[in-house]
Design a protein around this ligand. Structure first.
Ligand code: ARG
Length: 563
């Protein structure tokens, strides 16, 4: 039980006749300052029932509420301030963490339901962008969080590996490309060819026609077109995989847009049967005026399918294949309308499960307040950013702890981790500026700071030769430890909140708070002094390290034992 639940129950036992447990719970407040206790109850709402001044009611209640759960109950005007029994709470919390370890906060609300998470999903033959990075790390963290509350996440990389651009690429490659150039630097070369195509097509519009013809061949399974496309895809994926292995993100499926090539006819037929398709200048559309949305373009006038056509097929496929409890799409905010249209068309088709589909949007990563662009030359190469982060981390570790045994591995965990953490620590819809030096700092609200706090705790435990014993009772009653205890106690609620909002930042913020509270504790209390509380203090250090490590795991970061 959390503190609010304990207080609510205690009040309810006294006012049973007049208020429901739910009402009491809703009325409870978090006092602004620790001097006002841990939970507060305003007595105003009982004034009418009891026909007495709220002050009097508060005083009466305080006398009637019994039990050992509270150190004291203070009456301040119409307010009842509850001070929890620190010894009882800390004993329960530390004891539970000692038993459950990283499983503290697990729940079964997900009932093993499948949740396909559409994440990362870069486009073949183009550099993976900062936006795709965000989708990757946010999706990965949401997967861990949902798994913790009992869902079965399925990480899907819906690769952009289909569409008219592949016709253009084939044309450009056949005209100006060489096998060797593509092999040496696939994405750079393919991007160059793509850019060249557009430049030349400005004066030679017939190229567009050629490109359309090649894409048509590809759609129809022509051998040469398929072989080239397959090759572009394989080479691009090799480069993407470098990033994924640095981030330590794995996927359960790489079924991208091409996978749905043979699954779209069925969708078009369904739309026809329900009389949802309309002709518009030769193209086929679904009118979505009723949803206050632009029409969904299903087929172009030349018969080519579109992004949304493939997403329709993908949604139906995922429902059939995974029978999902919910389906999540972690894709930038700029595609909001696309996902609204997608859900609307599925709803028109009578699929009531479309209500279980959620677009999880996020904001932009900017530089100097400006949007990063992949256009000519201005590509920010993710691999470089990650490598630089590792180097910066390495430099700082060299200064702090030059003899660290596996320094290179730790530098990787800290450097890459810092980029992930920075991405996840703010509400996902916020835009944020990326300044590498800030990201990798060991102080402030950064990943390295949280990791460093964990390592410091581990070093204290090592020094003390402390091993947690789950059969022992550890309890603390000082106000310094109380701040840490409360944050640990809150962890299961924090996980639930993060899951409900699909918001990893809730976890990241918790990890920062725990780290800050712990560092304050460490500064004020001599943990290793030999007295009768020493074991309990060490148990608290152990519990804190366990939860910080779990916070970090849910975000996709390691917690090195030394750094
Ligand atoms: N490839 C797309 C892009 O880079 C993102 C795909 C997102 N997923 C989806 N099912 N539409 O913009």
């Amino acid at each position: 039980m959390n503190n609010k639940e304990i207080v609510a129950q205690a009040i309810f036992d006294v006012v049973k006749e007049d208020l429901s447990l739910e009402t009491v719970t809703q009325l409870l407040e978090n006092p602004k300052s620790v001097d006002h206790g841990d939970v507060a109850f305003p007595a105003f709402s009982l004034a009418k029932v009891y026909r007495k001044a709220p002050q009097q009611i508060a005083a009466d209640l305080a006398e009637k509420i019994a039990g050992t759960a509270f150190e004291k109950i203070e009456v301040v005007g119409p307010y009842l301030n509850f001070f929890m029994n620190k010894e009882m709470v800390s004993q329960a919390v530390i004891g539970q963490i000692a038993k459950e370890k990283g499983n503290y906060g697990d729940s079964t609300v997900g009932a093993k339901g499948n949740v396909p998470i559409d994440m990362s999903s870069p486009n073949i033959a183009k550099p993976i962008s900062m936006g795709h990075l965000r989708s990757t790390v946010i999706g990965n963290s949401i997967a861990f969080i949902l798994e913790k509350i009992g869902y079965n996440p399925i990480r899907i990389n819906h690769l952009g590996d289909w569409g008219t651009q592949f016709g253009k690429l084939i044309v450009a490659y056949k005209k100006w490309g060489t096998e060797e150039a593509v092999r040496t630097a696939p994405i750079t070369e393919l991007l160059r060819l793509y850019v060249q195509f557009h430049e030349v097509a400005e004066t030679q519009p017939e190229l567009e026609e050629e490109a359309r013809a090649w894409f048509k061949k590809l759609e129809e399974g022509d051998a040469e077109a398929t072989e080239l496309w397959q090759w572009f895809r394989t080479e691009s994926l090799k480069e993407f995989d470098k990033i994924y292995s640095m981030l330590e993100v794995t996927f359960d499926s790489y079924n991208g847009e091409a996978f749905y090539n043979d699954k779209m006819d069925e969708i078009v037929t369904m739309l026809e049967e329900k009389h949802l398709l309309q002709e518009n200048q030769g193209a086929e559309i679904v009118d979505l005026t009723a949803y206050d949305l632009n029409p969904a373009l299903i087929k172009k006038s030349d018969g080519a399918t579109l992004y949304i056509t493939r997403d329709l097929a993908a949604a139906v496929y995922r429902k059939r294949n995974y029978d999902f409890a919910k389906a999540i799409y972690v894709v930038g905010n700029e595609q909001s309308n696309h996902f609204k249209q997608l859900k609307a068309v599925l709803n028109e088709l009578g699929f009531d499960w479309s209500k279980d589909m959620h677009h999880i949007p996020f904001g932009l990563i900017t530089q100097g307040g400006k949007k990063l662009s992949t256009r000519k030359g201005k590509i920010v190469l993710l691999e470089e950013v990650l490598n630089e982060a590792v180097e910066l981390a390495n430099k700082q570790i060299m200064e702090k702890n030059p003899d660290l045994p596996d320094r290179e591995e730790v530098a990787k965990q800290v450097g890459i981790g810092s980029v992930i953490f920075h991405d996840l620590k703010n509400d996902r819809l916020n835009n944020f500026d990326f300044v590498l030096e800030e990201v990798v700092r060991f102080e402030g609200e950064t990943g390295p700071y949280v990791q460093y706090t964990h390592a410091r705790a581990m070093s204290i435990l090592r020094k003390a030769d402390f091993v947690i014993d789950e059969t022992k009772e550890y309890a603390l009653n000082d106000k310094e430890s109380w701040e840490v205890v409360k944050l640990l106690q809150k962890f299961p609620d924090v996980v639930m909140q993060a899951a409900e909002k699909y918001e990893p930042s809730v976890i990241a913020k918790h990890s920062i708070q725990v780290a800050q509270a712990f560092n304050k504790y460490y500064a004020h209390v001599k943990i290793l002094t030999d007295d009768e509380q020493k074991e309990s203090r060490l148990a608290l250090v152990y519990a804190m390290a366990t939860i910080i490590k779990e916070d970090l795991r849910l975000l996709g970061l390691h917690a090195p034992n030394e750094m």
